[in-house]
Design a protein around this ligand. Structure first.
Ligand code: RAM
Length: 347
């Protein structure tokens, strides 16, 4: 089975539009706080704070740019806060601060499905709407989850890519983000299932965690290659991990012998595609993800939706979305990048 290639033109158009609309770095201002109760229980408190897994990750820089563009479009107040390290404990204090500031909504990528739940539910009790995006919590601690793409599809594209790149057989390892990350753990479980059912000659020998830290991911790549001399490929379902793994392999004797794929941003992966270290990888548009999450937050704040299945709202230029089961809104499909198309993308 091969990953269905999407129409490049449509994706490129969105990427170009995003690049035109979005400029500069994410703000780190504070929310304005306070709210006025509107009709139907809604509020006009459009102060929206983004809390990514960590700061300093180009993926989240791009999602926050998308969020900021949306918030500016609808006249709200945007802020981005977050820890340097992708750990759940570090996220809690930012949630508590946002609650004290009485922001209208928090838009969070969770480092752990449970660890930040109490803090998020305290925020919700205080009237803050909680939207998770990218990496979910347990459903009972948020109002909506904005899912970048269907998890089965994200798992499948990465396995199909590595299978293609190693000739369908051999040892493969996984270099993940942090050990408790909801999104990576879901994808890894599904990748293992998919390998077992579709690729009996591929063995996943080990999963290691680079904590979405560049140096840790680089060191874990070196260790994997040393402890598995027959390794044919590494799947890294994190933009930080795949870039660090490609950098390691690009200047080593493993270049051309060990395939690297997974989820990466075109700007971080370009040099490794151009130098032949990487053949193809996948992702979605993080700017669109942030943009959609901000519009979802607005719809919740204003009481236009509650997060119930079947609720619909309009996300600016992206158009109309419907809330699915378990309060999940789906952005779209993952997209494959390779030497032929990478030049068309700038994020
Ligand atoms: C990293 C983060 C993020 C994930 C991407 C693919 O930037 O772990 O959560 O969605 O990779």
């Amino acid at each position: 089975m091969t990953f269905a290639r999407k129409k490049i033109a449509a994706f490129a158009a969105v990427a170009v539009a995003a690049a035109l609309v979005l400029s500069g770095c994410a703000d780190t201002g504070s929310g304005s706080g306070g709210s006025t109760e509107g009709e139907g229980g809604g509020s006009d408190n459009l102060s929206i704070t983004f809390l990514p897994k960590n700061l300093g990750n180009p993926y989240f820089d791009t999602s926050s740019k998308g969020g900021k563009a949306a918030v500016e479009e609808f006249g709200g107040t945007f802020a981005e806060v977050g820890p340097a390290e992708a750990t759940p404990d570090a996220q809690v204090s930012y949630i508590n601060t946002a609650t004290q500031q009485a922001v209208g909504a928090l838009v969070v990528s969770a480092n752990d499905p449970k660890a930040i739940c109490d803090a998020l539910n305290e925020a919700r009790d205080a009237g803050v709407k909680v939207v998770t995006f990218d990496s979910d919590t347990n459903p009972e601690c948020r109002d909506l989850f904005i899912n970048q793409a269907d998890s089965e599809g994200i798992a499948k594209v990465q396995v199909d890519l590595i299978a293609d790149q190693i000739g369908g057989a051999g040892e493969v390892a996984i270099l993940s983000a942090s050990a408790n990350a909801t999104n990576q753990n879901a994808w890894i479980d599904l990748m293992k299932e998919y390998v077992a059912s579709e690729y009996p000659d591929i063995t996943i020998v080990e999963t290691v965690y680079g904590d979405d830290d560049d140096q840790t991911s680089f060191d874990k790549t070196a260790a994997l290659l040393q402890s598995h001399p027959n390794l044919k490929g590494i799947i890294s379902p994190t933009t930080v991990g795949i870039a660090a793994a490609a950098r390691y392999v690009s200047t080593s004797d493993f270049k051309g012998k060990v395939a690297i794929t997974g989820l990466g941003t075109p700007n971080q992966m370009r040099e490794y595609v151009e130098d032949g270290t990487v053949t193809a990888f996948a992702l979605w548009n993080p700017a669109d993800l942030g943009y959609l999450a901000a519009f979802a937050a607005k719809a919740l704040i204003e009481g236009e939706i509650t997060g119930a299945e079947g609720d619909t709202f309009t996300a600016g230029d992206l158009g109309e979305y419907t809330v699915g089961a378990d309060g999940v809104v789906l952005l779209g499909d993952p997209f494959e990048f390779n030497a032929d198309n990478i030049g068309e993308f700038d994020f």
